[in-house]
Design a protein around this ligand. Structure first.
Ligand code: ASP
Ligand code: MG
Length: 412
């Protein structure tokens, strides 16, 4: 039997009623002849509540116990989904990560899946079970402890199962009906894409689009898993939603596929650091050792052997970054006058594989921003994206103006 993976996010299983509705969708696919692996998230809000409980109980918590607590939301949904399917006379069984087993590294709260041996579940399919309901987001470490995969990790569970079971497709059911050119809450002209290339989706996800966990797109790209994003709230046809696929499977596309943004950015500057070889290495080693994820970097022009070094990082890492550079200064590793943090910035990016062959996208982006009077503070580019850091109060304006200028409301 062909295998299909269906993943239901937190809002799609938020109540018993919604679980019933999701189970009906599963029943439709079973009736078509699929063996189905259903990956479930915790009911919406549950994981946040569990994370909150851990923090209240123990501010500097033991990550193994964090995982023990935080993984539990998915266990509830998996059991309820299996029961719901059984009530509909669909042979179903629930599986927690360790039972499959979903083997992961021991990096608690941010574990990576190493292997999913398919034998146990395959044996049950052979015995007539039609649906394996698997708790997403969790696995088991080599030490036999429960692990979790990072927030949003059940997307990654779903793609990993699709790869391990050679599934025909991996359908991600969520509360939006696909991937949009930008967030419809920011631009009313946002358009749903029928298809998007893996690489574009990867950039959009890592640049702030929240529809899929970045890691899940990486895995889908590596294992060529056909990934579809669609709504669990609407009746669905076979070509509903957005297909995330190989660029060869896309006939026509706009030069720019989408505009992404992230409010969760801070800009930090070390004022007056020595301008000589090795200084950047020392600064960014200190930051990386301090657990800071540096994103954009600029070094200003030097004057009299001194320069300013600017970088961006997530807002909630500013304190950590500050401590890392202050410690490095105390230890005599680096020297600077002061460190400045600006939390009122946002990152806006345009993404599209068409940029590989079309010139002028950057020029157009900068012109559009300048016409709106928006100052660009930092720029980074890759082959298929351009990102700028701007004052946060202009973020919506920038997204709308770019969406208009690149005519993303129109299909190619
Ligand atoms: N329940 C987990 C979270 O909220 C995993 C997921 O839903 O993907 O992060
Ligand atoms: Mg999610």
């Amino acid at each position: 039997m062909p295998v299909l993976v269906m993943k239901f996010g937190g809002t799609s299983v938020a109540t018993l009623d919604r679980i019933r509705r999701a189970a009906k969708r599963v029943g439709v696919e079973v009736a078509k002849g699929y063996d189905v692996i259903v990956i479930v998230s915790a009911m919406s809000g549950k994981t946040n509540e569990l994370v909150g409980w851990v923090g209240e109980t123990s501010p500097l918590f033991d990550a193994r116990e964090y995982d023990a607590v935080v993984s539990s939301g998915e266990n509830v949904t998996a059991g309820l989904m299996a029961l719901t399917l059984q009530e509909m006379d669909v042979p179903a069984r629930s599986w927690q990560g360790w039972q499959v087993p979903v083997q992961t590294t021991s990096a608690h709260s941010a574990a990576r899946i190493e292997d999913i041996p398919p034998e146990n579940i395959m044996a049950k399919f052979a015995e007539g079970m039609k649906v394996a309901v698997v708790a997403g987001f969790q696995g088991v470490s080599p030490e036999g402890r429960i692990t979790t995969l990072g927030r949003g990790g059940s997307d990654t569970t779903a793609v990993a199962f699709a790869a391990a079971f050679n599934a025909e497709r991996c359908d991600i059911y969520t509360d939006v009906d696909g991937v949009y050119t930008t967030d419809p809450r920011v631009s009313a002209k946002a358009r749903k894409l029928d298809r998007i290339a893996f690489e574009e989706m990867l950039e959009l996800a890592s640049l702030g689009a929240k529809v899929l966990q970045t890691r899940s797109v990486e895995l889908a790209m590596r294992y060529k898993v056909k990934l579809r994003v669609l709504s669990s709230f609407e009746e669905q046809s076979d070509d509903a939603g957005t297909l995330v696929c190989d660029e060869e499977e896309i006939m026509e596309s706009n030069v720019v596929a989408g505009v992404a943004f992230s409010r969760d950015e801070a800009k930090m500057t070390l004022v007056s650091v020595a301008d000589r070889p090795g200084i950047a290495a020392k600064i960014f080693t200190a930051l990386s050792d301090g657990g800071v994820n540096v994103d954009m970097i600029v070094q200003n022009i030097a004057e009299e052997g001194r320069t300013d070094m600017t970088w961006s990082c997530p807002t909630d890492q500013v304190a950590r970054a500050q401590k890392a550079v202050e410690d490095a200064k105390t230890d005599g590793i680096i020297n600077y006058q002061e460190v400045i943090a600006d939390r009122d910035v946002a990152k806006v990016s345009v993404v599209g594989i068409g940029m590989r062959s079309h010139t002028g996208v950057a020029a157009k982006m900068f012109e559009v921003l300048s016409a709106e009077g928006i100052n660009i503070q930092v720029i980074t580019t890759s082959e298929i994206k351009i990102s700028v850091l701007i004052d946060r109060k202009y973020m919506e304006l920038a997204v709308q103006a770019l969406h208009d200028a690149f005519e993303l409301e129109k299909a190619a």
